[in-house]
Design a protein around this ligand. Sequence first.
Ligand SMILES: CC(C)(COP(=O)(O)OP(=O)(O)OC[C@H]1O[C@@H](n2cnc3c(N)ncnc32)[C@H](O)[C@@H]1OP(=O)(O)O)[C@@H](O)C(=O)NCCC(=O)NCCS
Length: 103
Amino acid sequence: MNVGIDIVENKRLENKKENFIDLILTSKEKEEYEKKGLSYLTGRFAVKEAIMKALPNTKEYNFLDFEVLNNIDGSPYVVNHDNLKISISHEKNYTVAIAILKE
Ligand SMILES: CC(C)(COP(=O)(O)OP(=O)(O)OC[C@H]1O[C@@H](n2cnc3c(N)ncnc32)[C@H](O)[C@@H]1OP(=O)(O)O)[C@@H](O)C(=O)NCCC(=O)NCCS
């Protein structure tokens, strides 16, 4: 088992250009971002950083290696990675996320 955590100051990701978004969000995530706005982006950014920290060889991954969607009940999950368990929380100025790798 391993764990990763990340915190994002929300204003750092305000008004980012399309080419930055394209490095962070998959096309399905972008569809949700267009509906939900900044908190969706900060949550995906934080949780993907947390996932990379939880994995061995952290630096070999990039944001598009992981797609994080939400179940009907709102809980987030990593597509095609049942061994990764994640959680995200938002506040006005900060977003935090944690990832646990189950081996
Ligand atoms: C789901 C819940 C925990 C979200 O908490 P919150 O403080 O409103 O919001 P947070 O910012 O901390 O959490 C939001 C994130 O939680 C996650 N989330 C949403 N529903 C979830 C669920 N059912 N299980 C786990 N995680 C959930 C999502 O990742 C969401 O972020 P995202 O939409 O960017 O992916 C909350 O709405 C809830 O259901 N609380 C328990 C029940 C309750 O409070 N009942 C009221 C009794 S009076």
